[in-house]
Ligand binder design. Structure first.
Ligand SMILES: CC(C)(COP(=O)(O)OP(=O)(O)OC[C@H]1O[C@@H](n2cnc3c(N)ncnc32)[C@H](O)[C@@H]1OP(=O)(O)O)[C@@H](O)C(=O)NCCC(=O)NCCS
Length: 405
């Protein structure tokens, strides 16, 4: 019989866990040089290993960070490095890892966990829901031009990768509160960012917008020449954020000005970034995809709910079910004052993964009810509880994470 246990790995075991994780993604082990960098993405004491008869068969880890939420912030465990050996899958290893990791977050008082999912069918069962989306677009560089009426304020300067690593952490830190869903990129995030640009093809550049109040926007890109004979060079803009409309417009002016580029792919940006409206020719840009971005799991429902703000005069009573962290299950009354446990009858009922979807205001509450994710009780239907809930949680701009981990 298999004897399985989950425990926190010590420093000597981290590299084998990383190798196992990479193998689960069909990637080869890292060279010593690349491991030196990858090692810096590991936070001490946050890597779990699953052992069967003393053999490591699965792993999952987390990085402590802070999540920007509507009207505030909340501590978050950024979950990553999840993998199970291909000869040990579908026998509950991940379930044991996820259960242990959530229990650890609860014990440490971390109210929210978040992740990016390799497949959308994995994490709902552990209470994670899609809280934010990303949009990727393609631009025909020769047709794309910023409208003359778009604001301008400042200069854009280009930096190479080494300079970017010096400069960008401070620039990013000034922007991390500008949209719900963004994270603090702690010291453990930057080696991942660096690893991407050290290993992907093409020359990397960081464009920083220096506005009248200092750096207030950036875009990092790499240019790959796909077909020299046909003059096809693609600029991949993979990390971009702007605190002001002028910074956004100026960055696009600068990107479109770079010579010898045929196409620009603007990847993983906020769904509502107004790029089409910024350009003289709306059809110079087209959406390639809208995909799930950040998945959130409320580990401590009342603490998480009270970390964000709510709009309006409505109040709604809802019942949450959480089969894994049972202390979350119960009825809550939500209003502009926050959430409190209640014994009043529920108007809405939902599972904790659906609450995670609603947490940053990125979904219409009625849409989630329409697909059966939220049940409306008779009392809730009479009181238009869906409308009330929507007015409470909805936000002006689309939530967006924009940080890779
Ligand atoms: C995804 C992964 C970690 C799942 O590990 P696992 O140990 O097989 O998961 P479990 O056995 O605990 O699965 C629990 C349940 O989820 C289901 N499930 C897990 N992964 C699934 C997947 N990729 N597709 C469909 N169902 C999946 C299982 O069928 C099982 O369902 P059940 O409870 O109804 O029987 C593993 O398949 C893996 O390492 N995949 C490659 C790497 C990867 O994608 N990592 C995630 C990075 S975000």
């Amino acid at each position: 019989m298999t004897d399985r246990s989950i425990r926190t790995l010590d420093a000597t075991e981290i590299r084998s866990a990383h190798t196992l994780f990479r193998a689960s993604l069909h990637a080869a082990p890292l060279t010593d040089e690349r491991w030196q960098r990858a090692r810096r993405t590991y936070q001490d004491g946050r890597t779990l290993g699953a052992f069967e008869n003393d053999t490591l068969v699965g792993t999952a880890r987390a990085i402590d960070t802070t999540l920007t939420v509507p009207g505030g912030t909340v501590p978050m465990a950024a979950v990553t490095g999840v993998g199970v050996r291909a000869d040990r899958t579908r026998r509950g290893v991940l379930t044991d890892l996820m259960t242990a990791q959530l229990a650890d977050c609860a014990e440490r008082g971390v109210p929210v966990a978040g992740l990016h999912a390799s497949e959308a069918v994995i994490y709902g069962r552990y209470g994670y829901g899609i809280a934010a989306h990303v949009r990727s677009r393609r631009l025909d560089r020769r047709r794309a031009e910023v409208r003359a009426s778009a604001p301008a304020d400042g200069e854009v300067e280009l930096y190479d990768l080494d300079a970017a690593l010096e400069l960008l952490p401070d620039v990013y830190a000034r922007l991390a509160r500008s949209r719900a869903g963004m994270l603090d990129r702690t010291e453990h995030f930057w080696p991942m960012w660096e690893g991407h640009y050290r290993t992907e093809s093409g020359l990397m550049r960081l464009a920083v917008h220096h506005g009248s109040d200092g750096p207030d926007g950036y875009a990092s890109y790499r240019v790959v020449t796909e077909d020299v004979a046909d003059d096809v060079a693609v600029m991949y803009v993979e990390d971009m954020a702007a605190a002001t409309p002028a910074a956004y417009a100026d960055l696009w002016r600068a990107l479109l000005r770079v010579d010898l580029i045929t196409r620009i792919e603007s990847r993983w940006q906020p769904v509502d970034a107004p790029l089409e409206a910024l350009l003289t020719d709306y059809r110079a840009v087209s959406t390639m995809s809208v995909e799930d971005d950040l998945w959130l799991r409320l580990v401590d429902v009342p603490a998480a709910l009270n970390a964000r703000g709510y709009a309006g005069d409505d109040a709604v009573v809802f019942e949450v079910s959480d089969p894994i962290l049972k202390h979350n299950s119960g009825r809550y009354r939500l209003s502009a004052a926050g959430s409190e446990p209640t014994t009043e009858p529920a108007q809405l009922a939902l599972d904790v993964d659906t609450l995670g979807m609603l947490y940053l205001g990125g979904w219409r509450v009625a849409d989630l009810a329409a697909v059966g994710r939220i049940e409306v009780t008779a009392a809730g239907a009479d009181d238009d509880a869906l409308g009330a809930a929507h007015r409470l949680v909805v936000t002006d701009s689309s939530p967006w994470c924009g940080s890779f981990f």
